[in-house]
Design a protein around this ligand. Sequence first.
Ligand SMILES: Cc1cc2nc3c(=O)[nH]c(=O)nc-3n(C[C@H](O)[C@H](O)[C@H](O)COP(=O)(O)OP(=O)(O)OC[C@H]3O[C@@H](n4cnc5c(N)ncnc54)[C@H](O)[C@@H]3O)c2cc1C
Length: 504
Amino acid sequence: MLNFRNAKRFVVLGGGTAGWFAAIAMRRLFSPNIEVRVIESSKIGIVGVGEGGLLNLAHAFERYQIPVDRFMAETDATYKWGFCYEGWRTGKEDDRYFHLFAGGGKAEWTEYGFLPGFSALIAQQLPLPSYIRGFQAVAHNAPQQEAKQMVAEGRTDIQTSYHFDSYKTANFLKTIALERGVIHQDAIVDRVELDEAGNATALIIGEESLPVDFVIDASGFARKIVGNTLNAEWVSFKEHLLMDSAIPFYMPHPFENPILVTRALAMNAGWMWQIPLVGRVGAGYVYSSKHISDEQALAEIEQKLGYKIEPHKTLKFDPGCFKEVWHGNIMALGLSSGFVEPLEATSIGQMLEQLRNFERVLRAGQGIVSEKSIKEFNQANLRSWEGIRDFLRMHYDCPRRDNPFWCDVAASAMPDDYREIKQCWQERTPRMLDIENYAINGWSGVFHVINWMFVAAPLGLISEQAAQKEVAALPQASKEKVVQLLQELPSLLGPDWRPRSSLK
Ligand SMILES: Cc1cc2nc3c(=O)[nH]c(=O)nc-3n(C[C@H](O)[C@H](O)[C@H](O)COP(=O)(O)OP(=O)(O)OC[C@H]3O[C@@H](n4cnc5c(N)ncnc54)[C@H](O)[C@@H]3O)c2cc1C
């Protein structure tokens, strides 16, 4: 059992996005007589990538009462409405599909467990964004100001997250945390002292021994405590996800406006992210080191862009997470707890979900936490990572087979759960039931089934015949709703569009 009632000091080791978010959350949770301290080293610095959020970033701003306008102004942020996948099917110029953050209202129309609106589009071989108000703004690269107005006036069915400068975001969160009474110490933590039960008693900083009651290890890839001191068990996803290297860099905007989505451009041995901020694009090539060397990767970037770049440090990683992130009075958070490649920008999203649940457990137990709660927390955290693993693996279930990388990535091991739901989609369309089990013990999961559908449908992983049958079996009133939906499409798709077949 853990007892926070007599706690005096709560320490966060690390001052990246994870560390400062954790400090803000803990400052909100604890009474002012408990010290919340961030120890980070300006000599070590932060990883400096991770510039795209998911929808739970917007929820976190709300939860922690962080003003969004101020965040946007201070971090060069832009609106992020989803992702654009370019070249993942044929590799040709016109090959692109969108994963939009569609949600709310008609996007979430559900009957008999499935989503008739999206099923009707699949039955008609239409892209899912056709149904979504606001998609034209993405496709035609509307200015940010217009997007802001559309959100304010409720003229879009797309929910908003953000692209942001990672250094400015860490600074911004630090400013907020300090304003709210978090203590900051710029120092290198040499080691942690543990008692016989494996609980942290003090952090050793040079000559100083700092007593602690709880430590969040947000030390990034250093994985200082849970990884390198406790030697926690690592669960690697490398048989399912081949990407293990990344070359980040900055580039100028390729379009007139910062585009409203993160671009994911297929490459010879992986893909390139392009994250549009106010004054620059944060970019990088993430690749499989078994298929290409670092030098070849750099050459390919420059060939693709047509100019020389100034690459940042090449990053190497083993995709996966710790089986257990919470051990006694120590918990790993952010990169320190796990990381898979940046496809779908899952890292900060998963970190925020972990943090939200940590708060929930502390709050619900009124500062008394049982071993059972910690065990369930760890199980849920691992399961959430497995959901992310399966969602990402699905992206590589794509038709490209034109070089050894795209053949190998398609042939890489499929997790059993993903294989199973994929089979079901040959008989019926996806539904929340398929992915509910990735969020257990009170967790919410990072993605909705709509997110899965926006990737599965363009990759041809959902049977059109199954969708047709499913829609045709709806009660008459619902079928009429589907017909009306299809009739509204010309205003979104242009007047020449006609339904492929009538609904019987
Ligand atoms: C290539 C790549 C692309 C990514 N893209 C995305 C994305 O698009 N979206 C997304 O959500 N995430 C992305 N991520 C992940 C994202 O970068 C991280 O989730 C996020 O930045 C949080 O990092 P962090 O705070 O855990 O670690 P860091 O930012 O690295 O912070 C670690 C902190 O620990 C401190 N520290 C370490 N050791 C010590 C010590 N001994 N003593 C004192 N201080 C110490 C450091 O000084 C630093 O302050 C990406 C990651 C990579 C590698």
